[in-house]
Design a protein around this ligand. Structure first.
Ligand SMILES: [Zn+2]
Ligand SMILES: [Zn+2]
Length: 135
């Protein structure tokens, strides 16, 4: 067991999680696409006791989607970044892996809600790659 730290964009909220993740997957469901503004969410899952906030917990805002059985998210009320959230039953933490500042050691194993992917979604292997934004 080791730990990986993460933070929001404004760095007010920081956390630490014990890794590796139990599960690590990309989710293409419409809710995740809306919540992330991206083609898919990238989430790691750990038991809740493997997670702790380090700073800024008072800035963490939660949203439980009313019509959903499970869907929830948390974000930083200062910068708006998505942050880890606990599942509604309280047993697990869902870590949006883009917020990690360290390598969790785990790699994504599965894609879920592939059937809901955006029509414009393109596999990265088919795209031109630049190390940074080209001029
Ligand atoms: Zn923030
Ligand atoms: Zn999803």
């Amino acid at each position: 067991m080791s730990t990986a730290k993460g933070s929001c964009l404004c760095n007010s909220v920081t956390y630490e999680v014990e890794v590796p993740f139990e599960r690590f997957m990309y989710c293409h469901c419409q809710r995740c696409r809306k919540a992330t503004g991206s083609p898919h969410a990238s989430n790691g899952f750990v038991k809740r006791d493997k997670f702790r906030w380090l700073t800024g917990e008072n800035l963490v805002r939660r949203y439980d989607l009313p019509e959903a059985k499970r869907f929830a998210l948390q974000n930083c009320s200062n910068c708006g970044s998505k942050l880890p959230h606990h599942t509604r039953d309280g047993s697990m933490m869902v870590i949006p892996t883009g917020t990690l500042d360290e390598d969790p050691g785990s790699r994504p194993q599965a894609i879920v809600f592939w059937g809901s992917r955006a029509p414009w979604f393109t596999d990265c292997s088919e795209m031109t790659k630049h190390e940074e934004m080209p001029g």
